[in-house]
Design a protein around this ligand. Structure first.
Ligand SMILES: [Zn+2]
Length: 288
């Protein structure tokens, strides 16, 4: 049924009535999947682009479905920057989105990034890939460079502008990486517990161990919950990280059992650098 409605939508969009409005006609339409990518594009392209984010604030990229207005934006876009690391939204929708807008250049932000396996509650890698590549600033630097290459390809006239902005933003990201290394240098207990396992690349980059409560998109079983509580107690964990998108009861149950607290951190905030500083602050406080 979903695809039938989608087919109707595609037909409707194919009618000649859909012209780009004059207001945005002089800007380049760029589509991204996730909010942090919007910041990456904006940092490189400034106001030369009109950015459409497919997964809006508060929505989960593991379950979100596109809206008609997003489809319209797609027909006017010249570039789509996909995450490319197995984000559910892209696995389900990417082929359909490309049918709607065949003229777009598609850049793959995971290009050059070594994908890692998802991690379970024992810190062991799973068969499935961990899609959350952007949570490591070093990966973010690679993503920004890939996005810049794409912008130069679709708009070569402004190449010098894009390169200059890219270099400035890459310096900020390198500084962020430096700040994280310095802040975590004196940390004793380098294990943290998080509901949704969005911090795997971050943890590996900085030598931390992430214990996820949710594994492969599923809540823990009652027995699993007991094991997690024991693990948290043994590890001296006092903070359970959850997020605005993923903050279920189990996070609160574990926090209550260990006499700790739930702290919300967002892996999908648009303001990438400021957000990672926030995460860093909470993390240092939680594991010190
Ligand atoms: Zn996720």
């Amino acid at each position: 049924m979903k695809y039938f409605l989608f087919a109707l939508l595609v037909l409707a969009l194919a009618l000649p009535a859909c012209q780009p409005s004059a207001e945005v006609a002089d800007k380049i339409g760029v589509v991204v999947t996730l909010l942090p990518q919007a910041e990456f594009v904006e940092s490189v392209a400034g106001d030369k682009v009109e950015i459409t984010v497919m997964v809006p604030p508060g929505a989960s990229p593991h379950t979100y479905e596109p809206t008609p207005s997003q489809m319209t934006a797609l027909t006017q876009a010249v570039m789509y920057a996909k995450v490319g690391s197995g984000v559910d939204f892209e696995l389900v929708w990417m082929d359909k989105l490309l049918e709607v807008s065949q003229q777009m250049l598609v850049v793959d932000c995971s290009k050059g990034i070594e994908l890692q396996g998802a991690v379970d509650e024992h810190g062991q890698e799973h068969e499935g890939l961990d899609p959350h590549i952007w949570m490591s600033p070093l990966n973010a630097m690679s993503m920004v460079s890939t996005i810049c290459d794409g912008l130069v390809q679709v708009d070569p006239e402004n190449a010098a502008f894009y390169w200059q902005n890219r270099d400035a933003y890459l310096r900020e990201l390198a500084q962020l990486d430096q700040d994280i290394r310095e802040s975590l240098a004196g940390v004793q207990n380098q294990t943290f517990m998080v509901y949704h396992p969005a911090f795997g690349y971050f943890a590996r980059e900085y030598g931390l161990t992430m214990i996820p409560i949710e594994v492969e998109g599923k809540e823990p079983t009652p027995a699993g919950l007991v094991r997690l509580i024991e693990q948290a107690e043994e590890g001296g964990i006092k903070v359970i990280f959850a997020s605005p998108q993923f903050n279920p009861e189990s996070a609160g149950v574990i926090a209550w059992e260990i006499d700790g607290r739930v702290v919300l951190v967002d892996s999908l905030a648009r303001d990438y650098i400021a957000n990672l500083h926030l995460l860093l602050g909470e993390l240092v406080e939680a594991i010190e």
